[in-house]
Design a protein around this ligand. Structure first.
Ligand SMILES: Cc1ncc(COP(=O)(O)O)c(C=O)c1O
Length: 359
């Protein structure tokens, strides 16, 4: 079998061998005692990872599915979408595609969204029922000041729900669902949680669950009220991705054994190292003070051929990411998320330096 490259891309990330192997466990039925036991093991650990005592759910979908779930369940008519990169833009598209009146607060890519900008936008749209915010913009390497945004919104517009995309941050950077007053937080399995793709997870506040009761046409597959009804007896409405849940069962143990704070700190240290390296040789795309802990977006100030660099790295068993969408060629991205360790980063940077020196 071909040796898999070490993934320094922002998902899917490296999956530890024993986690991958857990998927091969013999199948069980999803209306069985064994499944309910698995369900009941997963929920409290998910709550620990989301830092919530409220509802948590898992679905057989990628994060995009839960973008739709958030909109369908929690927005009756109008939502304010915060946009400072490709993923904020896409969530806005999802809201429009679901027939909502979705107004946008757009900020230049590479800049963070400020709490006061959000308050100002909500003042212009006081009938918005919710905001959508991407915690960590994977396209630009900006980590938005989520706690500050949430505090400002809670203070000025206490009825507005705060819907958060934590796809590339949950498990790799601080996020406190309950303490920050977040109403819906979603993530994908294949990023900082270092699981294979195919699962998405979310935390939902009590008031969001209440709001869902008033929203018609919540859809079928992602109806939070149906999910809650089944969850109360340790089941899911439809057939779950059982093999992936076996992997999650194993990996959540590992994550909590490392400790969430220790995991965040490992990510922060890797970010610090990559960002120091990148600013000496190139420049950083994200503004100072708002740089991601889980990936670094490097401005290609030397005009290097990123595909050629990746070809070289591939021969060393590593792969990085090119810039996203309009940033292709202008930036490249190094992800330091999931199970990547500082020594993997050191090895990667040494290889890139060798390639740069030979130029
Ligand atoms: C911030 C962010 N949100 C959403 C998504 C979409 O997630 P998925 O591919 O799991 O549907 C991504 C994917 O990279 C992302 O980085």
């Amino acid at each position: 079998m071909e040796e898999a490259p070490m993934l320094f891309i922002p998902g899917p990330t490296y999956v530890p061998e024993e986690v991958a192997r857990a998927q091969a466990r013999p199948m069980i039925g999803h209306r069985s005692r064994e499944f309910t036991a698995l369900f009941e093991r997963l929920i409290p650990r998910l709550q620990a990872i989301f830092r919530t005592r409220g509802r948590v759910f898992f679905v057989a979908a990628s994060g995009t599915g839960l973008w739709e779930a958030a909109i369908r369940n929690l927005v009756r008519r109008k939502v304010l979408c915060l946009i400072n990169g490709a993923f904020g833009e896409r969530w806005h598209q999802v809201a429009l595609a679901n027939g909502k009146e979705a107004v946008a607060l757009s900020v230049a890519w590479g800049q963070a969204i400020r709490p006061e900008q959000v308050v100002e936008a909500l003042s212009a749209h006081p009938d918005a029922e919710a905001i959508t915010v991407v915690h960590n913009e994977t396209s630009t390497g900006v980590m938005n000041p989520l706690a500050e945004i949430a505090t400002a919104v809670r203070q000025a517009f206490p009825d507005v729900l705060i819907l958060v995309d934590a796809v590339s941050s949950l498990g790799g950077a601080p996020l406190e669902t309950d303490a920050w007053g977040l109403d819906f937080v979603l993530t994908s399995s294949q990023k900082c949680l270092a699981l294979p793709p195919g699962l998405a997870f979310c935390a939902v506040s009590e008031r969001a669950m209440e709001k869902a009761k008033e929203v018609p046409h919540r859809g079928y597959y992602f109806d939070l009220l149906t999910m809650a009804r089944y969850a109360d007896r340790g089941e899911t409405p439809a057939t779950p991705a059982i093999s992936l849940l076996f992997a999650a069962d194993r990996q959540f143990d590992h994550i909590l054994k490392e400790g969430l704070e220790a995991r965040w700190e490992r990510h922060r240290r890797m970010a610090e190292r990559v960002q120091a390296w990148a600013s000496e040789r190139f420049a950083l795309f994200a503004e100072d003070g708002h740089r991601s802990w889980t990936l670094t977006c490097v401005s290609n100030t030397r005009g290097i051929d990123i595909s050629a660099l990746n070809e070289f790295l591939r021969r060393r068993g590593k792969v990085i990411s090119s810039g996203y969408g309009p940033l292709k060629g202008k930036t490249f991205r190094i992800a330091h998320m999931g199970e990547i360790q500082l020594h993997h980063i050191e090895a990667l940077l040494t290889d890139i330096d060798e390639w740069l020196a030979a130029k």
